[in-house]
Design a protein around this ligand. Structure first.
Ligand SMILES: Cc1ncc(COP(=O)(O)O)c(C=O)c1O
Length: 450
């Protein structure tokens, strides 16, 4: 183990090499896992996810002297088995669709430990959440607030809600994953709060119970200052809400977004450092304002699961373009997956690192471009990767793929989605089976007449 926190380590915490020079998780060779389960294969290291979950909960227990609850952002990667594990470790889930909600409930999670998020929830999704007895619904806009009130009345239920606000705090991250700035589709502008509060405390009061506010400022964030600014701003809002409306809101959700190391140049703060900074800022502000600490909710996705993930591929063909006076040349190494199982490089120029798992101790002698097998020029996994000589049937292990890979996977080119294997304490089991072409064909209908 490297001594780095799970979100700072490029590899899962149990990553190492065996006597044959093969990359391993604990004593399980990644080369053997690839042979046993086939490739492309997602591998999730349970020990790494557990360490990350523990870092969140232990730090809150140590530094935040009021109730707290971690809501894993299920959008990062969701399956029945992962929900079972998280629930066992005392972690809830933030869901953003009926599908995610059904998964968490089916996994036996307590509905009270869940929250429902999203900027365009349907009446059916709201109905499903209320019917299940969900802990909280983060209401994103005025249309949704009225739709929720309508659904709650129709089913004679009360909805416990947070109002998602866009606090106008910019996190320094990729434009596509920023959410806290004013120009965003998510959440209420702060200027809308008086109108919304009037509705909640007036005509909607019979079915809507306001529990607090929610903000999420973006993803893959390395800088703690935006979180500290957010904590102060939110507590000031709570203070003003108490002053104007006489309500002490019990819950505060500060979202997720903490970054991880995808490459050697990434330097995120450890989970414990970030959580301590947030907790201490809230405590300081609460003392200053003489305001009671609310229950703190955090919604990490990436920092809980990304570093635990490895995707295993098998090398197929290679193409070498020799240098010319106008072009530096390129060596393409193609693997049996690509943008269908990992859209992030094509979607927002995400960077990854990788090793050749069966040659993990061999010195790198060349720089290659790792590409997939999808019919797009943009189907590049890693633009510039230093590797030893590569041959067909080598196993490539791409690190940091535990978040926003499987959950964003597509079946483009009619390629079925990979299986996912869970590795914990030196044993492996299937978490998600490999999709088959038959699964894809099952959706298709025949014309009865041509
Ligand atoms: C509302 C909300 N909460 C939490 C998250 C999780 O973010 P991350 O995976 O960066 O921790 C997201 C991600 O988009 C989000 O939109």
């Amino acid at each position: 183990m490297s001594g780095l926190a799970s979100n700072q380590s490029l590899t899962p915490l149990t990553y190492g090499l065996n006597a044959q020079g093969h990359a391993c998780l604990g004593n399980l060779s990644l080369v053997d896992l690839a042979l046993q389960y086939g490739t492309p294969l997602y591998v999730l290291c349970g020990n790494t996810i557990h360490a990350a979950a523990k870092a969140y909960t232990d730090t809150l227990t140590e530094y935040y002297p009021a109730p707290h609850h971690i809501l894993y952002a299920g959008k990062a990667n969701l399956s029945l088995g992962l929900c079972q594990k998280l629930s066992h470790w005392g972690i809830g889930v933030d869901v953003v669709s009926g599908g995610e909600l059904t998964t968490a409930l089916k996994a036996g999670m307590d509905a009270k430990a869940l929250s429902l998020n999203g900027n365009n929830k349907s009446a059916d999704e709201l109905r499903q959440a209320l019917h299940a007895g969900i802990g909280l619904i983060s209401v994103d806009n005025e249309d949704e607030l009225h739709l929720l009130a309508h659904v709650a009345r129709e089913t004679s239920q009360t909805a416990r809600i947070l109002l998602r606000v866009c606090p106008g705090i910019e996190a320094h991250t990729h434009d596509y994953i920023k959410t806290g700035q004013e120009d965003t589709k998510f959440g209420f502008g702060l200027h809308q709060l008086p109108t919304v509060m009037a509705a909640i405390l007036g005509p909607l009061a019979d079915v809507i119970e306001l529990q607090g506010l929610h903000a999420h400022i973006g993803s893959q964030i390395f800088d703690l200052q935006p979180y500290q600014d957010l904590a102060k701003l939110m507590l000031t809002l709570y203070f003003n809400i108490r002053k104007h409306y006489g309500i002490t809101l019990p819950d505060l959700n500060l979202g997720g977004g903490l970054g991880i190391s995808y490459t050697h140049t990434d330097d995120p703060p450890a989970i414990a450092t970030a959580v301590q900074a947030i907790a201490e800022t809230l405590k300081g502000e609460a003392d200053k304002l003489d305001y009671p600490l609310p229950r703190l909710l955090l919604e990490p996705g990436r920092s809980l699961v990304a570093s635990a993930g490895i995707t295993l591929y098998t090398v197929g063909s290679q193409k070498i373009i020799p240098p010319s006076p106008t072009f530096a040349g390129r060596h393409f190494v193609a693997v049996d997956g690509g943008m269908g199982d990992n859209i992030r490089p094509a979607l927002y120029q995400a960077h990854y690192t990788a090793v050749v798992a069966n040659k993990a101790t061999q010195a790198a002698t060349q720089t290659v471009t790792l590409v997939g097998k999808y019919c797009e020029t943009g189907d590049k996994l890693i633009e510039s990767l230093a590797v030893p000589p590569v041959e067909a049937r080598d196993t490539v292990a791409v690190f940091g793929t535990g978040a926003y890979n499987d959950s964003m996977a597509s079946t483009y080119n009619r390629m079925p989605r990979p299986a996912c294997v869970w590795v914990e304490n030196n044993s492996a089991c299937l978490l998600t089976r490999r999709e088959t072409v038959e699964d894809l064909l099952r959706r298709d209908q025949w014309f009865t007449q041509l």
